[in-house]
Design a binder for this molecule. Structure first.
Ligand SMILES: [Zn+2]
Length: 597
């Protein structure tokens, strides 16, 4: 490739017109961008022009697959490096392996095909993770699997597939913008451009999309001349299929009565075929739903690239993504929640399941063991449940302050004894002192480490006193199922149930393709508190250890307050001592003074 005079003079010209250049990124892409041996073109991908031109400091693009979004990201990134001087640009992908492949395949491909970009790359300045283009540096990094986080400041951050990236590393990456030179009028430093397939509502790209001005690539129907936005659920038509698209499954795809070859999209206004309008770029335009918002956000649907994503081609992808959630995320480009991936948190569900009164304990606890779970922190969240028939009743939820002046250990042990817990699982941190005190005080109290456990069994316990290794995804899946089955009942106190359900809202299961192309599940959370979810999950793990490791005998022992096992170390530490007095205090606290057996 030539590194001739022309590219040098181009560079000079560009650097002189930096401000102007940033405003014409689409022209730069057309001028210098190459893909698959040909100059880059927006033909049949006209939706990209506005997104590439957009220089707002915060941009989120929620998109489906098959619309060329990654290539758009590469071209926008290179165009910015063509017009800027002395800036660092970071481009992140979910994993280190993906970053390496992406760097070689997409970036090197785009650079080598273009005389201009090739001329910008300094000799020896092109490694997989780090490239020098002119005076600028490009870092291509993975959020999982990279040993060290990049610790240099940055001016631009591009993040591809944020929903499948490591949240913590993305957060650290964003903090690299703190010393960026450019500041917009809202005080945002640097530029952050994120794009991803969505997973669940309120997480990742959907959180960003919802916070932005929510642009849709609207269509002016040539039949009725109304600006419309077609909707998969209401405007997708399959001849012969009468039910709602929400109920369409991969089995329906194989049903001959449904003519998927002739699927079409109707105009939401006049109900005529919208395709000839969708495919005409003169009839398409980005429109912000909330134009007063500062941050920009875009929703890209498959029919925004209609030449390649025709209605039959869209619906046939059910064969590749048989699960509705995957189809909605990857093919349509929308977040999707159902009972498989989210805790049901509707008011109806709260009313149905938050019915437990304290008297339950007195009634049933004599026959059945209780198990507990506790999330440890400055405030500990304790959760105690007992089996009743096929389901479980949560008979105690309590927030216990844990400070140096007021350590939680004695109170936790009182409750452990009082409820005759067969097992209490707690998290293994962050307060190691508390964890050690509790584990030493009672053999039935065990710390849990979240890990990956292979095979079907979700928990691995070696022996009493050791930590329990529990598979995070498998155990949370079981906790989710328990909740959504309607067989777990919670206290009916208003404040407790409200908080519990708020915490349940934070945690959702996403599915992502691993390196082998298999769909893997992982639980993610938004930025709000999720302590009760983990308290509930630790109680589930306690239940599982009893089921799998047969700790029943211990659990079903005769009930006497005085036989509570107080470890030698515990006595030394004066933990759990004088339990008789404490029990009366507890009974008072629980409002069951005289009724206790
Ligand atoms: Zn119409």
């Amino acid at each position: 490739m030539s590194r001739g005079v022309s590219s040098a003079s181009e560079r000079l010209r560009m650097s002189l017109n930096r401000e102007e250049g940033l405003g014409k990124l689409d022209e730069i892409v057309l001028k210098y961008g190459y893909v698959e041996g040909k100059p880059y073109s927006f033909k049949d991908h006209e939706y990209q022009i506005e997104i590439i031109k957009d220089t707002r400091s915060r941009i989120d693009v929620q998109k489906c697959s098959q619309v060329g979004a990654s290539e758009m990201g590469v071209q926008k990134c290179l165009a910015i490096m063509a017009v800027m001087n002395y800036v660092r640009v970071m481009f992140s992908l979910p994993t280190k392996e993906m970053a390496n492949t992406f760097s070689k395949d997409r970036f090197d491909g785009a650079i080598e095909q273009s005389d201009f970009y090739d001329g910008l790359v300094a000799a020896g300045g092109n490694a997989a993770g780090q490239k020098k283009l002119g005076t600028n540096m490009l870092y291509v990094i993975g959020t999982f699997g990279s040993k060290s986080a990049i610790s240099v400041p940055a001016e631009f951050i591009f993040s591809d597939e944020v929903d499948f990236s490591n949240d913590v590393v993305l957060g650290k990456l964003n903090s690299r913008l703190r010393h960026a030179k450019s500041v917009d009028e809202k005080g945002n430093r640097g530029f952050r451009f994120r794009f991803s397939t969505p997973t669940v509502e309120g997480y990742g790209i959907n959180e960003g999309f919802s916070a932005g001005d929510q642009r849709y690539y609207m269509c002016k129907c040539e039949h009725c001349e109304h600006w419309v936005l077609p909707d998969y659920f209401t405007d997708f038509v399959i001849p012969g299929y009468e039910r709602s698209m929400a109920e369409f499954t991969v089995d329906d795809l194989r049903n001959d009565r449904f003519d998927t070859d002739n699927a079409w999209i109707k105009c939401p206004h006049c109900a005529k075929n919208l395709f000839s309008s969708l495919i005409n770029p003169a009839r398409r335009s980005w429109v912000a739903k909330l134009s007063d918002r500062w941050d920009h956000s875009y929703q890209v649907f498959p029919w925004d690239v209609p030449k390649y994503n025709t209605p039959p081609a869209i619906i046939k992808q059910f064969a590749d993504y048989p699960l509705t959630s995957d189809f909605m995320n990857f093919v349509i480009g929308l977040p999707f929640m159902d009972a498989e991936n989210s805790f049901i948190t509707s008011k109806e569900w709260k009313d149905k399941t938050c019915t437990v009164d304290m008297w339950i304990f007195g009634l049933v606890a004599a026959q059945a063991p209780t198990v507990g779970g506790m999330d440890i922190g400055k405030t500990c969240h304790l959760f105690v449940k007992v089996k009743v028939g096929k389901g479980w009743h949560v008979i105690w939820m309590e927030k216990l302050k844990n400070t140096k002046e007021e350590p939680a250990a004695p109170r936790v042990i009182e409750r452990y004894d009082y409820y005759r817990m067969a097992k209490l699982c707690i998290d293994a941190g962050p307060d190691i002192t508390l964890v050690n005190q509790l584990v030493a005080a009672r053999s039935g109290i065990q710390a849990v480490v979240y890990t990956t456990v292979s095979g079907i069994v979700p928990v691995l316990e070696t022996k009493a006193g050791d930590v329990i290794n529990a598979d995070r995804t498998k155990t949370l899946t079981l906790t989710l199922k328990d909740h959504n089955s309607g067989n777990t009942f919670y206290p009916k106190q208003q404040d407790l149930k409200d908080e519990l359900f708020e915490h349940f809202k934070t945690t959702k299961k996403i599915r992502e393709r691993n390196a082998d192309g298999e769909m893997k599940e992982r639980f993610v959370k938004d930025k709000k508190s999720d302590h009760w979810v983990h308290a509930a999950n630790y109680a589930k793990i306690a239940e599982l250890t009893i089921e799998y490791h047969g700790s029943h005998s211990q659990a079903l022992g005769p009930y006497t307050v005085t036989t509570a096992k107080i470890g030698e170390k515990a006595e030394k530490d004066e933990i759990g001592r004088g339990s008789k007095e404490q029990y009366s205090t507890l009974a008072g606290l629980f409002g069951m003074g005289g009724k206790r057996r």
